[in-house]
Write a protein that binds this ligand. Structure first.
Ligand code: TRP
Length: 458
């Protein structure tokens, strides 16, 4: 790859627009789309959530991605460096939050990655039919050793990719597998929605019912927007710093957003109607949370001809999407250590692996022997998920916006976008960035904090 050499370690510049879009989409599309989006949509009112999510992604999501990417490209640095270069001073802690979030996400990401691996192998094994039993998932996650074993396998795979410096190779593989995942998701979605009883689910998923709308819907959709589009955690600065100056930033970002939303949408269409067809729309299943995909998808596959093979292929594709995202999350942590300490890349990677195990193992145990520990009312994994997506990422985004507003000015962003192409939605961008984002993020942050302290239910 050609391009300027940058201070951060993750790689060199992207050679073209296509390269940029594919690399960012590869890191953005992951468990957030396939595992997290459907369970939130199921839980928070189906169509109501879908609608809220899309509106947020198009407005606030777009604004925040443009801002982070432009600051990254302008300074050529990852968040801490970018904050410093722009003269953040008192706001420096904003750069730090951006840098710390990936370190808190990747441990629990690896827990889920481990579950995916377990299901992949279970589909290949002789006892695959038992996967459709309602108790299978809970029996598995509540064990002590087995989920930790799979967490370890997943985490070591990520570690090996990073240590061997084969991210580019993995990215190339994932570029082939991602379209396959889309094709397969379309096929499964068609199968799901044509099952008897599934139409109720399609309606639930597609038609907003605003009597179900509440501030919880917005908080959840906002957290998901940050998570799925990788906003508020520094990676977009870093990717921006690799983006060549002549690439059309606005349209690249649109494309990444579209790919990300389509995959999430398809995942919802695969899973939610299936809940209605296979569990009779049992309201409890809709509330299943993190377990939803694992409970529902085996029932779908095992009702198909050749279902075991299809299930296995599905979990291989989910694994590959999860692996590229986890590599890029861990890479971001490693880059932060390399840039801010005197540690070598190897040492930084070992420290990151240590952090993954230190925080990942408790998250895993939280479904079993440590299930009595309920910080803010949910499992330990829910806790990490909540403080990162609903508190730290909005906070990081608030700092970024204040930085632009008070220190470098919105023109810095506009000029950077315009340096390569016309900024078609400049007016909308400026309006949202100047007048809406801060107020909105503060309202979200306050209500998240109220939720966390039990004044509101999560
Ligand atoms: N967006 C990823 C997903 O949907 C998860 C993620 C969050 C991520 N932050 C990231 C991936 C940073 C790579 C880099 O699964």
């Amino acid at each position: 790859m050609s391009g300027k050499s940058k201070k951060t370690t993750a790689g060199a510049g992207f050679s073209g627009k296509m390269g940029y879009v594919l690399a960012v989409a590869g890191s953005a599309v992951g468990l957030g789309n396939i595992w997290r989006f459907p369970y939130l949509a199921a839980k928070y009112g189906g169509g109501t959530f879908l609608f809220t999510y899309l509106v947020l992604a198009i407005t606030f999501g777009f604004t925040l991605i443009i801002t982070e990417t432009a600051l990254g490209r302008k300074t050529g640095k990852s968040p801490i460096g970018a904050f410093k270069a722009l003269g953040a001073k008192k706001l420096m802690f904003g750069g730090w939050i951006n840098a710390i979030v990936p370190m808190l996400i990747v441990p629990y990401y690896c827990v889920i990655g481990g579950w995916v691996l377990k299901y992949l192998f279970a589909f290949a094994g002789s006892n695959a039919v038992s996967l459709q039993e309602d108790t299978y998932f809970n029996n598995f996650v509540s064990k002590t050793g087995e989920p930790i074993f799979w967490l370890l396998v997943f985490a070591v795979a990520v570690f090996v990719v990073i240590i061997m410096g084969v991210e580019k190779g993995i990215e190339r593989v994932s570029k082939i597998l991602m379209p396959l995942l889309v094709v397969m998701a379309i096929g499964i979605a068609v199968y799901s929605v044509t099952r008897p009883g599934a139409m109720e689910g399609v309606k639930y998923y597609l038609i907003p019912d605003f009597s179900k709308f509440s501030i919880h819907t917005v908080v959840a959709a906002m957290g998901q927007m940050f998570y799925s589009l990788s906003i508020g955690m520094g990676v977009l600065f870093t990717y921006g710093s690799y983006m060549k100056k002549d690439i059309d930033m606005e349209s690249s970002i649109r494309q990444v957003e579209i790919v990300d939303c389509i995959i999430a949408f398809l995942a919802g269409l695969m899973i939610i109607p299936a809940v209605f067809a296979f569990a009779g729309g049992n309201p409890e299943t809709l509330q299943a949370g993190p377990s939803l995909m694992f409970i529902t998808m085996p029932k779908v596959f095992l009702s198909m001809p050749m279902g075991r093979i299809i299930g296995m292929v599905f979990f291989i594709l989910v694994f590959s999407a999860a692996l590229t995202s986890a590599v890029s999350l861990m890479e971001s942590g490693v880059a932060t250590f390399v840039d801010t300490t005197k540690w070598s890349r190897k040492k930084s990677s070992v420290v990151m692996l240590g952090i993954i195990l230190l925080l990942g193992i408790p998250s895993s145990l939280g479904f079993g022997v440590w299930s009595f520990i309920k910080p803010i009312g949910g499992s330990i994994l829910d806790f990490f998920d909540f403080i990162t997506n609903s508190i730290m990422m909005p906070l990081a985004a608030i700092c970024t916006i204040i930085l632009v507003w008070k220190v470098c000015g919105f023109n810095t962003v506009v000029e950077e976008v315009e340096s390569s192409s016309k900024f078609k939605e400049k007016k909308i961008y400026l309006f949202i960035a100047k007048y809406l984002v801060l107020i909105f993020l503060c309202v979200i942050l306050i209500s998240s904090i109220l939720q966390a302290f039990g004044f509101m239910k999560i």
